[in-house]
Design a binder for this molecule. Structure first.
Ligand code: FAD
Length: 463
């Protein structure tokens, strides 16, 4: 049966507690900071899409310069605090730490990053000054990581920024999508407020491009427009029974959980989750943590081709989720209009497809999972209708950009998930910085001295 309120408030609190708790004492942070070898070629920094100067900020922690450390991080990544919680560091900075080659624990870079940046947010440290207004005006559509990162760089340069956001809160998927045991909605709100505290950025909430905002009007009113609208809901499965009550979209499911609170989210007793990306893992683990007794992830390929990281999968396995490899959904069975089972086809692997992974091929074998809820997490689809209506060149709905992040429409720029089709928060933050650079060049405000302000790592490399 699908129902909400399965657990007590204490159980919800325990199930959704921070999966990576912060350092408990200052000394604990110092011990870890002092283990850093400050490698000459800093492989950790090379794998950070925003090029945070990691050795520098760790050195600043070890010399008790916490404010300087937060400044170093935020100069390259204004979402440095959130990224310290949500980045898949095992495949980024921490995965590149040389200690991994010595069979030693990698430096806990993300935890150290949180150590200084969370202090900065809590204590509202003012680390950046905005230049006086230049009178230049830029509109940004979407207040997610890409939009806010772009807004931050532009505002520091004295551009007046207006963000149009369709939801009533900022942060994008950081606020509405990422698992609650990684970031809480309260933290996201504080992070957005902190980013906006630089001034010069107005956010117009509940304003939606294509509904109550038009691109043509924005083009007329502003010197440039940056589109950072992300991607939309999950792809349809295209199978019989998909319309039954109890078949839900993973993004919708997580959105409700983040927006309305744990006890209000209905969850089945036995749940199947289709897909094995980060969204599937988040949907499966959170269904389990909401009180589902059995959660089975259905994936059509094998461990070698899975899109999530091993670390992510381990979270799901430790939560007791099961995985059915080489299995694809074939039909959702119903009873009185509600989900009563999921028929899956057994697959085998054929030759590599366009993604370079071996493609799944149906066999004649099938099996039925006894489930009362099916969560679809098979990748998000871009806002293709909106993009085509606005005559933006696109590839299957992903906005095409050229040098300087320009779209095919004059004075319109784009970045983040809307362009890359869905990566990580840290990629969106870098996209926002790149978009700001393209816009500053376009409006004649890009000067050599902007570069160090825009990217801290450049200063470091010059030193
Ligand atoms: C379930 C899930 C879990 C994830 N987990 C992680 C994780 O653990 N770690 C990680 O690094 N990344 C994770 N990601 C990916 C990450 O959230 C995204 O890559 C990132 O948020 C993209 O930023 P963005 O600014 O491009 O888009 P978004 O964050 O999607 O922001 C787009 C913004 O535009 C607004 N918008 C959309 N259309 C309109 C419109 N027409 N008019 C006005 N506003 C509009 C939206 O409301 C939103 O605020 C996850 C994604 C999902 C779906």
């Amino acid at each position: 049966m699908i129902t909400n309120n399965r657990l007590t408030p204490e159980q919800y609190a325990a199930n959704f507690a921070d999966i990576h708790p912060p350092f408990e004492t200052h000394d604990a942070a110092l011990v870890e900071a002092n283990r850093c070898l400050f490698c000459y070629d800093a492989p950790c920094m090379k794998l950070c899409p925003t090029s945070i100067n990691i050795p520098k900020f760790i050195k600043q922690i070890s010399t008790e310069n916490i404010k300087g450390s937060a400044h170093t991080i935020f100069s390259s990544n204004i979402f440095g605090a959130g990224c310290g919680k949500v980045c898949p560091v095992e495949k980024l900075c921490e995965g590149a730490c040389v200690y991994n080659l010595m069979d030693e624990e990698a430096i806990p870079i993300a935890k150290l990053q949180r150590y200084s940046t969370e202090k900065a947010i809590e204590q509202k440290w003012k680390l950046f000054e905005r230049k006086p207004s230049t009178g230049k005006k830029v509109a940004i559509v979407g207040a997610g990581p890409a939009g806010l990162s772009c807004a931050h760089v532009l505002s520091r340069e004295g551009v007046d920024v207006t963000i149009y956001e369709k939801e009533s809160k900022g942060g994008g998927l950081m606020t509405y999508g990422i698992a609650a045991y990684k970031v809480t909605p309260e933290f996201c709100e504080d992070e957005v407020d902190y980013i906006l505290s630089i001034g010069g950025i107005t956010v117009k909430y509940n304003r939606e491009l294509g509904k109550n905002v038009s691109l043509k009007k924005l083009q007329k009113k502003y010197d440039a427009v940056y589109l950072s609208i992300g991607v939309g809901l999950t792809r349809n499965l295209g199978i019989k029974g998909e319309e039954l009550e109890g078949v839900v979209d993973a993004i919708d499911f997580i959105y409700t959980l983040r927006d309305k609170g744990y006890s209000s989210v209905p969850v089945g007793d036995k749940v199947a989750v289709i897909g094995l990306g980060m969204t599937a893992i988040d949907a499966a683990t959170q269904a389990k943590r909401l009180g589902a007794s059995e959660v089975t992830i259905v994936y059509r390929r094998t461990h070698a081709e899975m899109p999530c990281t091993q670390h992510e999968m381990d979270i799901a396995l430790l939560d007791g989720c099961k995985i059915k490899w080489l299995s694809a959904p074939k039909e959702v069975l119903g009873h009185h209009g509600k989900v009563a089972g999921l028929v899956c086809r057994v697959m085998e692997l054929g030759t590599p497809d366009a993604s370079g992974r071996r493609s799944p091929i149906e066999t004649k074998e099938a099996f039925t999972l006894d489930v009362d809820m099916v969560i679809k997490a098979t990748g998000q689809t871009p806002f293709i209708k909106l993009i085509e209506e606005n005559e933006l060149d696109n590839k299957s709905g992903k906005i095409v950009i050229s040098n300087g992040c320009r779209t095919s429409v004059p004075s319109v720029f784009a970045g983040g998930d809307a362009v890359n089709g869905g990566k990580e928060v840290v990629d969106a933050v870098q996209a926002g910085k790149d978009g700001a650079k393209g816009i500053l060049e376009f409006i004649g405000m890009w000067k050599a001295e902007v570069e160090p302000v825009y990217n801290n790592s450049v200063i470091a490399l010059k030193e």
